[in-house]
Design a protein around this ligand. Sequence first.
Ligand code: CA
Length: 232
Amino acid sequence: MSKILIIEDEENLARFVELELKHEGYSVDIKLDGRSGLEAAITTDYDVILLDLMLPELNGLEVARRVREVKNTPIVMMTARDSVIDRVSGLDHGADDYIVKPFAIEELLARVRALLRRINIEDENSNGKTTQTIVRYRDLAVEKENRIVHRGDEVINLTKREYDLLLLLMENIDKVMSRSLLLETVWGADSKVETNVVDVYVRYIRNKIDKEGTENSYIQTVRGTGYVMRSK
Ligand code: CA
């Protein structure tokens, strides 16, 4: 049974949507503010999250952003404001879809079904004849066999060296990797390049994977030593 989380402070609307979703056979939880919604979204594995934009405690954009740091749960943003800016920023913050209030319940159900179908297709693909090993860190996912890097739904294009360097760091979470070790592993033991090439490549990767305005980079610098990706 698919599990759906509704984060919505208009209780009547939340109850109405809950009733309709339960009628369709889904299991449903409701949270009435952003903070408790975020906590539920992180601690429980939901298949879809329906997220209101204007919420007490923590707004919908912030909830989406923080969920995305740790999970890929599909998010449908429910917004009363039908402006392009809101849609764009909702999608930028990690929402997969949006629906404008007031909406017809059939439309919402159709969106939910579409997102669930997409997850099932992804599952089937990953159970196909080529098994994909997926390495994850926050909202980054690396498909090792395909050599593809995703952040949420977005594919991030990396060069071969950038990819090798990122994967090496992601497979050694919490281990501080020295510049010389990174250089030796990615460029080869007898390579003639200087260790500062590692810094240059880390900067290239950061430019591609870090979100604009993010103060904590995915890859952290350990001064005088090298780099690390930390689990916390
Ligand atoms: Ca609201």
